[in-house]
Design a protein around this ligand. Structure first.
Ligand code: SF4
Ligand code: SF4
Length: 397
């Protein structure tokens, strides 16, 4: 006999949806079917929760196509907490039907990367591939082909170090996140340089694992809780006034899901609110910006903050793209599992940026950097893609 599965989709939250359909206008996965955006997905979740509909493959197909960007939640006039419902819906899906191979492999590899054995392998790969180009065209098992970054030459290079500011006015714990640790070490160094200049001493904990957000968004709550508890224990060993991040997905998890009353800042927020001691110079660079979904949907950073920071670069010109806040089509494993949908979203994004004729596409999420670099290469656009921290660190006066 099948064991009882205990997962409850919060009906009271789902029933707050008044079916206005506003979320359709911002959903990157919408492709004409009612089940391909939040209103339809919520209706399906409600029917499953009430026992009116079996958890069929058709239902889970619609759920799996959701990128968990949470733009629906951000625009919803009725404060429907989409994430709260979908973490539970996906947990139920996982417990009843199991998890697909790609998600299983992807989530496990995030855990493995931060293990001692994983770190050794990544360090060796970083050395072996040091003469290869920064991105390598990689065929993926779902038929997608992506320009993937190779491991950094010094992966996990910041771990366990304290970077002291000259005149310390505060201590920040830098939660680097998997992508910076493994692929984008330069971005980590840039954040340290910027924060030190602002007067913050930066502490990078030694033994941090994945923040767990990918696991939580996939409904794997037990793996998330394990990662969270490990990270909390490690973070508690250090003294700090606030946390700084350069990945809004990590930042969202730390501020929403770790159960602590701490302050979590995107590095750009600290620059935007600083006075004087940080200035930047450029020689006529034209800049445009991609606002990562989780920066405003999960971390609740006002996108104006990023523009305020870019406007501080003397000699640069900021050109706002029409759809600067739309999804880039990455969303972690989503882009691998839904290659056609992802590429459609990515193409629109890249075309929008091409229209600005900017020299640089800047952003504040390493995942978005990966996706946008892949996009400019794929669609043969001349723009350079950089994490905002790297652009600023290079332009420091
Ligand atoms: S915007 Fe909110 S209330 Fe309107 S349909 Fe979407 S989830 Fe429901
Ligand atoms: S989380 Fe994003 S992809 Fe999913 S329904 Fe909401 S807007 Fe659409």
């Amino acid at each position: 006999m099948k064991a009882m599965i205990k997962v409850e989709i919060p009906l009271d939250v789902a029933q707050k949806c008044v079916k206005c359909g506003l979320c359709k206008s911002v959903c990157p996965s919408y492709h004409g079917e009612e089940g391909s955006y939040a209103r339809g997905r919520l209706a399906l979740a409600e029917m499953v929760a009430k026992g009116e509909l079996p958890l069929s493959e058709e239902v889970t197909r619609q759920w799996n196509e959701c990128a968990m960007c949470r733009r629906c939640e951000w625009i919803c006039p009725n404060d429907v907490h989409y994430k709260e419902i979908f973490v539970k819906a996906r947990e139920l899906q996982e417990k009843e039907l199991g998890r697909d191979l790609i998600s299983r492999a992807g989530l496990k590899s995030l855990e493995f990367m931060q293990s001692e054995a994983g770190k050794k392998i990544i360090k060796a790969l970083g050395k072996i591939t040091r003469f290869l180009p920064r991105e390598i065209k990689t065929p993926l098992p779902t038929g997608a082909v992506k320009f993937m970054p190779k491991p950094d030459g010094e992966p996990f290079g910041l771990r366990g170090k304290t970077f002291k500011a000259d005149k310390e006015q505060g201590r920040l714990l830098f939660f680097t996140g998997c992508m910076i640790d493994v692929f984008y070490g330069e971005t980590g160094k840039s954040v340290v340089k910027l924060m030190n200049k602002l007067g913050y001493t930066v502490v990078v904990p030694q033994d941090i694992k994945c923040c767990g957000a990918p696991h939580l968004y996939h409904g794997n709550t037990s793996a998330f809780e394990k990662l969270r508890d490990h990270n909390l224990k490690e973070m508690d060993r250090y003294e700090f006034d606030a946390i700084v991040v350069a990945c809004p997905t990590c930042g969202g998890a730390l501020s929403e899901d770790y159960g602590r009353e701490w302050k979590v800042y995107d590095f750009a927020e600290l620059i935007a609110s600083s006075q004087g001691n940080l200035s930047f110079k450029a020689q006529g660079d034209k800049l445009t910006f991609h606002v990562p979904c989780h920066s405003y949907t999960a971390m609740k950073v006002n996108p104006k903050v990023f523009y305020k920071v870019m406007e501080r670069v003397e000699g640069a010109q900021v050109r706002k793209a029409e759809k600067d806040q739309s999804c880039c089509g990455f969303a972690g494993l989503w882009s691998i599992k839904n290659p056609k949908l992802s590429e459609k979203v990515q193409r629109e994004k890249i075309e929008d940026f091409a229209n600005t004729e900017a020299d640089y596409i800047l952003t504040t999420c390493p995942g978005c950097v990966l996706q946008l670099r892949d996009g400019v290469k794929k669609f043969k656009k001349p723009q350079k893609v950089l994490h905002l921290a790297d652009y600023l660190a290079r332009s420091m006066d």
